[in-house]
Design a protein around this ligand. Structure first.
Ligand code: NAD
Length: 328
């Protein structure tokens, strides 16, 4: 592929390396965009079963969102040979477990077997691209972080992060390629642990764990605080624009004057609580109680139907988002 191209470019052949929750999500997104998918995993049988199940779960929502003309839900296969998976690929997405040494080895193997002009993205939630590519001696300039969100086949955001050796042309080409898969690339200006979105989610997650640990609230009550309040606004306006409106007609300026002093109050704990057996038991039991006997698959189907409607709403009320919310 021409890696200087700047607009949307749909990769023809996508290789998935590590086909668990996220790898299967990527695979189905690529199928919906009309690409051909070859998936590699060390556990081929499980990967094949999971990928077939993910296609079954995701396809109804993807039909509602709109499939590419060339989309074919059966245009995939799973292999136990890494070179077979990546040898012909335009875009390679690495999704093995979040362990630095494992990812370094797998990325180095990919680097050795992939075409020179292939893009190599890692789904890592928190590791910096420079560390990931440390063992890659072949063509490290085409390796970067492409961090998605679960379910990958519906959520449009992908954070793109270049490392010290990633070329600017690669990040340009990656934007075009992920746009071609119907995504909303967000280029992170500087590599940091956790990128942007996970850093934000981690802060909320730590506070939520403290609230459970301190006996202030149950998991269900904390989820209610997000679902019926802040979360509804976040899905349209994020944090800053939401607070701009919280300041009344003077906007953010007044909001900061009024609530700025609260930043000095000891509201937040910031450090994570110790993950004791008792806290784990409370969080797991609370989540099971909320699931109320519904399987993960049932909850996924409900989530996907909801997200499909919600994406439509964001497009309706935020027309500037048209084309950025996962439509292919
Ligand atoms: P997972 O455990 O569901 O899947 C990992 C897969 O990798 C498994 O199928 C496993 O068999 C396979 N694997 C293990 N070693 C391998 C190897 N050497 N070569 C090929 N395959 C191998 O994990 P996941 O949740 O899909 O996470 C994968 C990556 O995506 C991680 O880096 C994670 O941080 C990132 N991520 C996860 C989420 C999430 O919500 N789960 C969101 C964004 C990013």
């Amino acid at each position: 592929m021409n890696i200087t191209e700047q607009s949307a470019y749909r990769p023809e052949r996508v290789a998935i390396v590590g086909s668990g929750v996220i790898g299967c999500g990527w695979a189905v997104r690529a199928l919906a965009a009309g690409a051909e998918v070859v998936a590699y995993d060390t556990d081929v049988d499980t990967a094949r079963r999971r990928l077939a199940e993910t296609v079954d779960i995701a396809w109804p929502s993807l039909i509602r969102r709109g499939l590419a003309e060339e989309a074919d839900r059966d245009r995939w296969r799973v292999t136990d040979d890494l070179a077979d998976a990546v040898g012909q690929a335009d875009l390679i997405q690495e999704n093995v477990p979040e362990q630095l040494a494992l990812k370094q080895t797998v990325l180095s193997d990919i680097d050795g077997a992939a075409p020179m002009d292939a893009l190599i993205g890692s789904s890592t939630s928190g590791i910096k691209p420079t560390e990931l590519a440390a063992g890659c001696g072949h063509a490290p300039e085409r390796i970067f972080v492409a961090h998605p969100f679960n379910p990958v086949y519906l959520l449009p955001l992908v954070e793109l992060v270049g490392g010290e050796r990633t070329s600017a042309a690669t990040i340009e080409a990656a934007q075009a390629a992920y746009r071609g898969l119907g995504m909303r690339p967000l280029v992170v200006r500087r590599e940091i642990e956790g990128h942007i979105a996970d850093r934000l989610m981690e802060a909320l997650w730590r506070e939520a764990l403290h609230l459970v640990n301190d006996g202030v609230a149950t998991t269900e009550e904390i989820d209610a605080a997000v679902v019926y309040g802040a979360g509804l606004r976040w899905s349209l306006m994020g944090t800053f624009l939401t607070f701009h409106l919280a300041g009344g007609e003077a906007g953010m300026q007044h909001m900061l004057e009024q609530f700025g002093p609260a930043l000095k109050l000891p509201w937040t704990k910031l450090q994570a609580p110790e993950l004791t057996d008792e806290l784990i038991e409370r969080v797991v039991a609370g989540s099971e109680h909320q699931a109320a006997g519904r399987s993960v698959a049932e909850l996924e189907a409900r989530r996907d139907a909801f997200l499909t409607d919600l994406l439509g709403l964001v497009e309706r009320y935020w027309p500037e988002a048209e084309g950025l919310t996962g439509r292919i």
